[in-house]
Design a protein around this ligand. Structure first.
Ligand SMILES: [Ca+2]
Ligand SMILES: [Ca+2]
Ligand SMILES: [Ca+2]
Ligand SMILES: [Ca+2]
Length: 480
């Protein structure tokens, strides 16, 4: 043997050979093996002789990573004579101490650990083994590595990796629009995606039916997805079936998480809340997966979306514009303030007629276009409605007149429209005193049948914004 043939070169190779008694045959030996907490993992460690002279007195060490627990009473560990060092983080075996490793051959040992890491992340656990010492009869150093120096660029150290399994579904509910009107059908989308490695099902989805929505009856969509109303909630098990399994998400392979989508159709109804904001909340209430793992994060198992129900609000106001006082010998028009209080000559021969002109304004103060189909005017006692003065108005009862003049006039939000009415006071037929002319919206409509937010048509209720009155005084000043 020549001097330059005296090459001493030992190397180490480690690989996971068994998980829970099942032999691991992997094409990609360095791809992490997925495990669960409690799994029993066996590593095989081989020491190769890549040199030209025998190797002796080989000791191997294993750096125990966090997440793995060394099992002292395991029969493989006993067989291979592993000893825990004082640091409790390293085990060493002298099992190969008596063996001679010939050039171009190897000897192996095994070591067994239990996985103690929780199934709450895709944490990688790397177990590392290194040659602690190796000798030869010439007292030579290894040509390319130093034992027990933890240098991962050398050939006397190696590792293999585990990856934790975990389960993580997430739900997301979306509405097709943010602003709705009553009576509208709202088709909401619920997507359940799988953010973790473990495949599983969202066995039960619950949606809380909010004030302002009801589950649409006779909806084929709701029937298809099997929604069942239970009081204030609506539930489906549509995603429970085998063909609705949501595949696990492997960040190294998949571009995006797998998901399944279902739909629910609501009908918008008048909300009770003042802000008319409706919050729809969906929740994954039951799930399953092959390992019976708990979902790691609870915050994404519920999802909320908000919509706003637009409001309808018509308002009416009226005021006196002027009054024209007509006597035998003169005609005079009094502007508003003067017109509110008029003294007339009470003598029978001094017959006086007063024509009161009012304006009535209707304003759309809401968010929905609509129509003022009917406007009602209650004529004060002693005042007279003359059809010839008011072509758009009809008498519909004793001292009640009505106009449909605006019934085809679409009033958009923010818009105001004005009409007029003339009422007559006649000293021959009318009494003196305070006169109160009352006007109210008689009927309003809109395409969504949304009711007015703060008033009811034709209920004659003082204080509502669709109700207005003007008080005039006529004083009959009798001078005989
Ligand atoms: Ca070496
Ligand atoms: Ca080394
Ligand atoms: Ca109103
Ligand atoms: Ca009213």
């Amino acid at each position: 043997m020549f001097a330059n043939d005296l090459v001493f070169d030992m190397s180490l190779n480690m690989f996971i050979s068994d998980i829970n008694g099942k032999k691991i045959v992997s094409e990609d030996s360095k791809k992490p093996k997925v495990v669960l907490k409690g799994d029993i993992v066996t590593y095989t460690i081989r020491v190769y002789n890549e040199g030209h002279i025998d190797g002796h007195f080989v000791k191997i060490m294993d750096y125990i990573p966090s997440g793995l627990e060394y099992i002292a009473d395991n029969e493989i560990n006993i067989k291979y004579k592993w000893e825990m060092l004082f640091d409790k983080r390293t085990v060493v075996t002298e099992y190969l101490q008596e063996e001679i490793i010939k050039p171009n051959s190897y000897k192996e040992v095994q070591i067994v650990f239990r996985v103690t890491e929780e199934n709450t992340s895709n944490k990688i656990i790397a177990n590392i083994a290194e040659i602690k010492s190796a000798k030869n009869e010439y007292g030579l150093f290894d040509v390319d590595s130093t034992p027990d120096n933890f240098n991962n660029s050398e050939d006397d150290i190696d590792l293999d990796r585990l990856k934790l399994q975990y389960f993580d579904l997430a739900i997301n509910i979306t509405a097709p629009k943010k602003e709705v009107v009553t009576g509208e059908m709202l088709n909401c989308t619920i997507r359940v995606s799988n953010n973790a490695l473990v495949s599983g099902n969202a066995d039960e989805i619950k949606v809380y039916i909010p004030d302002g929505l009801k589950v649409a009856e006779d909806s084929l969509t709701n029937e298809h997805f099997g929604w069942k109303v239970r009081g204030n909630i609506v539930i489906t098990e549509f995603l429970k079936s085998k063909n609705q399994i949501i595949k696990g998400f492997d960040k190294e392979i998949d571009e995006q998480p797998d998901y399944k989508e279902i739909h629910i159709v609501f009908e918008v109804c008048e909300p009770k809340s003042k802000d008319r904001v409706v919050t729809i909340k969906a929740e994954i209430t039951k799930d399953s997966n092959e390992f019976n793992l708990h979902d790691v994060s609870s915050n994404d198992r519920t999802s909320e979306t908000q919509i706003r129900v637009k409001y309808f609000d018509f308002a009416l106001s009226s005021e006196l514009i002027n009054a024209t006082v007509i006597t035998v010998d003169k005609q005079e028009t009094l502007e508003k303030d003067l017109a509110l209080y008029i003294e007339v000559d009470g003598k029978i021969e001094a017959r006086t007629i007063i024509k009161y002109l009012y304006k009535i304004q209707i304003t759309n103060e809401g968010e929905i276009p609509g129509y003022a189909k009917e406007i009602v005017n209650y004529i004060p006692e002693g005042m007279i409605f003359k059809k010839e003065d008011n072509p758009g108005w009809e008498e519909i009862g004793d001292k009640i007149i009505l106009t449909k003049a605006l019934s085809n006039r679409l009033l958009n939000p923010g818009e105001t429209v004005e009409i007029q009415i003339i009422l007559t006071w006649d000293s021959e037929k009318s009494s003196a005193g305070m006169k109160r002319n009352v006007v109210e919206l008689g009927k309003v409509t809109n395409d969504s049948n949304t009711i007015d937010i703060d008033s009811t048509p034709n209920n004659k209720k003082n204080g509502e914004d669709d109700f207005s009155f003007t008080e005039m005084i006529v004083r009959n000043n009798i001078r005989w």
